[in-house]
Design a protein around this ligand. Structure first.
Ligand code: SAH
Length: 348
């Protein structure tokens, strides 16, 4: 089992190579690639010979996640999936319905080792990285389950995508492939807690995806308290990497800021944040955007949500100081146990 080929992680040219080794014509590769993107099992690929199908099922494994649990919001139709993987581990994905199409929020690791203090995904540490096929497979499985197309993807589920760099990049190339899911890079966002070397490596690839930075504090002292990654790369290093990312890709940067009552949500925090971002981007024409959300309470963390007014006040200060800020609409409030909580509940 260990040596089996993870066929859903392969690029078409790698499947071609495999066909070559099996003595099959190369054009089979694109047929197989397109079938796999639709979630077809090897058995269902009836336009290829039975003999080839049998051979492939001997040497390949299918890492398409399976729907283990599904919660549908009565308020707005948001779907929260718990997917099980080939080894029984689970990850979560969330399908959000907007007027412009469906967005899927995908996970990139089982658990996480970044240690953000407010986050449920990190409590048990990182169990393992997801393969490219397991990230891609969340989209394929959601499309198959709903019968609807996913047009936008956000890498904001469980895990730190830049801590699983190679599989994340492979996933991005696969999902963008025109014979595969064909989701444009401009319809993809990748969120990071601030793995700075990963941001530079990603910028080099020049994919026009949106980078989303989980900032959550306006000075190093406060940020290090809630996000251990900040001890390795401080805010200054992080923002310098963001300026570079914009220079290379031309894509706007969006900053996530989770408001935690009494920790980072005062008017003074807002003013400090506005100055910080204005200074960092003073020499760059990068459009900067801040998304504000109130922390989802996770029982283990002890952090609490402030009032709706406190977020509005925070947003007002940023906007008045010339930094565009919006308050994130909360979708699927009735199914959205804070990110990572469904998986934890399942494991206990
Ligand atoms: N590791 C990546 C992506 C996953 S987390 C990252 O850190 O960006 C997706 C977003 O949810 C991040 O902005 C994260 O900081 C935020 N988040 C995690 N736990 C949260 C909670 N309890 N309440 C509100 N936002 C949370």
């Amino acid at each position: 089992m260990d040596n089996k080929i993870d066929i859903l992680s392969l690029y078409p040219e790698e499947i071609e190579e495999l066909m070559g080794r099996l003595g099959e014509p190369k054009y089979r590769a694109m047929q197989i690639f397109a079938f796999l993107s639709k979630g077809a099992s090897l058995d269902e690929m009836t336009n290829i010979s039975k003999k080839l199908r049998e051979r492939l099922s001997q040497i390949c494994e299918m890492r398409l996640p399976k729907v283990e649990e599904k919660l549908v919001s009565k308020i707005d139709g948001t779907v929260k999936y718990l997917f099980s993987l080939i080894d029984g581990e689970c990850v979560e994905s969330v399908l959000m319905r907007y007027n412009h199409g469906n967005t899927l929020c995908v996970s990139s690791q089982v658990g996480c080792r970044m240690g953000c203090r407010f986050c449920a995904s990190t409590i048990g540490g990182r169990v393992r990285d997801l393969t490219a096929s397991e990230i891609l497979g969340q989209i394929i499985a959601a499309e198959r389950d709903t019968g609807e197309r996913v047009s936008n993807v956000v890498m904001m589920g469980i895990g730190e995508p830049l801590d699983n760099f190679d599989n994340t990049v492979r996933f991005l190339r696969l999902v963008n492939h025109e014979k595969g899911l064909n989701i444009g890079y401009r319809h993809i966002s990748l969120s990071t807690c601030g793995v700075v070397d990963g941001i530079y490596r990603l910028a080099e690839l020049e994919f026009p995806i949106t980078l989303s930075i989980s900032l959550h504090a306006s000075n190093d002292e406060k940020r290090s308290e809630i996000m251990p990654v900040n001890n390795k790369w401080g805010i200054n290093d992080l923002l310098t990497a963001c300026v570079d990312y914009y220079a290379k890709t031309g894509r706007r940067i969006s900053f996530e800021y989770t408001l935690i009552s009494g920790k980072n949500d005062t008017p003074e925090d807002a003013r400090e944040l506005a100055s910080l971002l204005r200074n960092a981007f003073a020499e760059s024409d990068a459009p900067v955007h801040v998304n504000l959300i109130r922390v989802n309470e996770v029982s283990e963390t002890g952090f609490s949500r402030g009032s709706r007014e406190s977020v509005d006040r925070f947003a007002d200060i940023l906007n008045r100081m010339g930094v565009t800020a919006t308050v994130r609409r909360r979708l699927g409030a009735d199914v959205n146990a804070a990110c990572g909580q469904l998986r934890r509940a399942k494991r206990q």
